[in-house]
Design a protein. Structure first.
Length: 332
């Protein structure tokens, strides 16, 4: 019996070892430790940006059981709103001052979050609310919403790709010996950790998180106690949309350009992340995003020709091992 319990505990904790195992496996394959550190930091930064975008979608699915294929619209709109805001602040963006540069990026992030949160509120009321409980209809309706959003971006900002240069303080890299770490990537890692910590605390250590999780399990009971579960769920959708907008800003600064197809292009990576992590699992989304970011950077360096398919192969291998993902939600 004790041996059986030990095996079950080991199997439960085994997914937590996948990320460090990937990092250690890559070490002997790379030319040296400095290259490994540089690629690992780059991969973690990429993973954090993907996590911020994917966390909104996994939050909406995990707590509301909504398949939102229009999530990419919020990513693209957030990036374009931030681009417009930053264009209105050329003095702050061009100044050789960390404080002014950070202020400009902070204002752009706030504007993107507000705009996409408001868009998410309207999207939920007009497109999601009538199709609760029907996944197939949700997929069709939200995919249509994504297409409409792309066309509206063409109308408002034009069909061409728009440059989004980083401010001086976020350009370049810090050099430590033979290791080069880009400044912007460190910012992305810090913001990703902050978002993950905030989500975990809200969902597990606050009354709002308790009510939302209880509403998922037994909506009638929570409403009997006098709480409006529908309002809470709208708040979840708005928060998920705002997170997508934040991620879109970071990805736009990462690529130093934005386009109307930005969100649709990233949806493949986002779905790989939430499938790897386990549908609806915030912790799984975090782990899956880091795995995808690291795999993309390691494979891009070692075998550029297969880099595009590396994450699909990663997803296939994980699903063959654990069909429900690394950290599936127990209730699903």
């Amino acid at each position: 019996m004790m041996a059986s319990n030990g095996l079950r505990a080991f199997d439960k904790n085994l997914p937590s070892l996948v990320l460090p195992a990937l990092m250690l496996l890559a070490l002997p394959l790379l030319p040296g430790l400095p290259t490994w550190i540089t690629l690992t930091v780059a991969g973690l930064a990429m993973g954090m940006m993907i996590f911020i975008m994917a966390s909104g979608l996994t939050l909406v699915f995990g707590l509301m059981d909504v398949m939102n294929f229009g999530h990419g619209a919020f990513i693209a709109v957030g990036a374009f709103v931030a681009t417009s805001v930053l264009r209105w602040m050329p003095g702050w963006m061009g100044a050789d001052s960390l404080l002014l540069n950070a202020g400009a990026v902070g204002v752009a992030l706030l504007a993107a979050a507000l705009a996409t949160g408001l868009l998410g509120w309207g999207f939920e009321r007009l497109m999601i609310r009538p199709v609760y409980g029907s996944h197939l209809t949700q997929i069709l309706v939200t995919t249509g919403g994504l297409i409409v959003a792309e066309q509206l971006i063409h109308v408002l900002w034009g069909p061409e790709q728009i440059p989004l240069p980083r401010p001086p303080s976020l350009r370049g890299a810090w050099i430590v010996g033979d290791v080069a770490v880009e400044k912007f990537r460190l910012l992305a890692v810090a913001l990703g950790l902050l978002v993950f910590a905030a989500m975990w605390l809200v969902l597990n250590r606050t009354k709002i998180g308790l009510l939302v999780r209880a509403g998922v399990q037994d909506r009638e009971m929570v409403e009997t106690l006098g709480y409006r579960v529908g309002v809470l769920f709208v708040g979840v959708f708005v928060a998920g949309s705002a997170l997508a907008g934040l991620g879109g800003v970071l990805w736009g600064l990462y690529q130093e350009s934005v386009s109307a197809a930005l969100g649709a292009q990233l949806m493949v990576l986002i779905f790989i992340v939430i499938i790897i992590g386990g549908l609806g699992s915030v912790g799984g989304c975090f782990a899956g995003a880091l795995l995808v970011g690291l795999t993309a950077n390691y494979a891009g360096f070692l075998a550029p020709k297969v880099a595009l398919g590396a994450n699909i192969l990663l997803m296939v291998l994980i699903l063959l091992w654990r069909p429900q993902g690394l950290f599936p939600v127990a209730s699903r």
